[in-house]
Design a protein around this ligand. Sequence first.
Ligand SMILES: Nc1ncnc2c1ncn2[C@@H]1O[C@H](COP(=O)(O)OP(=O)(O)O)[C@@H](O)[C@H]1O
Ligand SMILES: [Mg+2]
Length: 237
Amino acid sequence: MNEIILRAENVGKRFGGFTALSGIELEVRAGERLGLIGPNGSGKSTFTNCLAGAFTSHDGAFTFKGQPLAGLTSHQRARRGLARTFQLPRPFRGLTVIENIRVPLAYGGRQPATDDAAMACLEAVELAGKATRLPKELTQVELRRLELARATALQPALLIADEAMAGLSHTEVDQILALLFRLNASGTTVIMIEHVMRAVTEFSQRLAVLVAGRKVADGAPADVLAMPEVEEAYLGR
Ligand SMILES: Nc1ncnc2c1ncn2[C@@H]1O[C@H](COP(=O)(O)OP(=O)(O)O)[C@@H](O)[C@H]1O
Ligand SMILES: [Mg+2]
């Protein structure tokens, strides 16, 4: 088995008096495809934000590639190989599509920020034809593909895709799914946060389930989905 690339220990996050995450323990192995699911408001994006450094967690610790992440900014975490996509795409609005890719290419420093390298990233998400457009000229699915291309331009060791498929058609979901499979095949560990169950079950080798800020299940997808408490919480039955 591969080494553990990410370890979360007792991670907790409060917003004022509200506990959004509590006692989260999670281990992810290098190369793994993990699905992170749970009802709306269960803490999935909060977990992502704590891991990526957008929020400071109140309790616990993250270890990434054997190093503690405490005290590192989100940019420093990105440079160490931790990339995430935002649930709502966040391109640089004033930059063209290709310029949006050159920024993380330059920042990640793993490959030269040339037009060729940027175009290769865009080709991987079928956006090469839109290279000189502005983000406002893109459709919703194109914006999501740009968001993924921006994350993958960092050549991350770990990518967390936060609801990259929300609101997309069947075909568009398949395109994003194929993209994430390709990325994983090239060595990137992927955590997929997703409500599109068809996609998450096809993709995930393992499922972890959050409910009201706690991890209630973690294991083989078939076993996890068969747990009555998961069915009840997740499907609202
Ligand atoms: N910045 C914030 N300030 C206050 N409450 C927040 C903030 N972000 C998330 N929350 C709350 O934390 C809970 C978990 O939210 P979130 O992590 O976005 O859930 P999920 O991604 O699983 O839908 C929700 O109740 C949400 O309202
Ligand atoms: Mg969310």
